[in-house]
Write a protein that binds this ligand. Structure first.
Ligand SMILES: [Fe+2]
Length: 241
């Protein structure tokens, strides 16, 4: 099985469209999203439509959690709360209903998909866990591979049953060792914070265990202009540039 894994699209239609166009050339069997499909960006509904059209299976991100639970909005800082409210006002009933059904995690072919941290937290950032706590979570996990998003950064964490090692996730191909457990932080499609403004996503071949990190340039100027025009806090436009 050949899969694509995306995270943190954040209502960025230009980045998402270009990533989907790239994925189409890679002939994947299935596409998974690690959540935060909406939030910050100007086009949440158009992104949700593409998710439906491309049968992308998603887990719950903290921004989807805010769509489902009014009380959770206070978890965000005041600027992010403004962006959350914009998103809620620009989603159709169909999209809001779809988001209500998002699970906190998915397991497919012994691979775990989660937004924040395994086993199934949509809110906890990986950097909030000590190595000891993260090692315990990986130890308890039945699967040997977990994909996570939420930080909008890239990372590769290996666990050999005793030690946890943090590495950078390199562009291009990485062959995963069948004797290790892996936690892969896949970066962000629509709001990258890894110091490179291109959209990131990964491909994974379950048969060869080859993981590929790809970066896609897109028209970030257009998205940034749309954010400002929509009245979403300008800092979310600046972050794209
Ligand atoms: Fe996010």
């Amino acid at each position: 099985m050949f899969i694509a894994v995306l995270a943190d699209i954040h209502g960025n239609l230009e980045a998402f469209r270009d990533v989907l166009a790239r994925i189409r050339t890679r002939k994947v069997d299935r596409i998974f999203s690690l959540g935060d499909n909406v939030g910050y960006g100007p086009d949440p509904e158009a992104v949700m439509e593409l998710i439906r059209k491309n049968t992308i299976e998603s887990v719950l991100g903290n921004h989807e959690k805010a769509m489902n639970e009014e009380s959770f909005i206070s978890w965000f800082n005041p600027l992010a709360q403004k962006a959350v409210r914009y998103t809620r006002d620009h989603l159709s009933d169909q999209s809001l209903l779809a988001i209500k059904d998002y699970p906190k995690s998915r397991v497919f072919e012994k691979i775990r998909f989660v937004h924040g941290a395994p086993p199934s937290s949509p809110v906890l950032y990986l950097f909030q866990l000590t190595d000891d706590k993260l090692a315990k979570r990986l130890h308890a996990m039945d699967e040997s591979l977990c994909f996570a998003g939420h930080t909008h950064d890239l990372g590769l964490i290996t666990y050999d049953g005793t030690h946890l090692v943090h590495s950078t996730l390199p562009f291009g191909e990485t062959r995963l060792d069948p004797d290790l457990k892996y936690l892969i932080n896949v970066g962000s499609v629509g709001q990258p914070r890894d110091g490179d403004n291109r959209a990131k996503y990964v491909l994974y071949d379950t048969r060869t265990r080859i993981l590929t990190l790809e970066a896609v340039p897109y028209d970030n100027r257009t998205t940034a202009d749309k954010i400002i025009k929509a009245g979403i806090p300008e800092q979310y436009a600046q972050k794209l540039l």
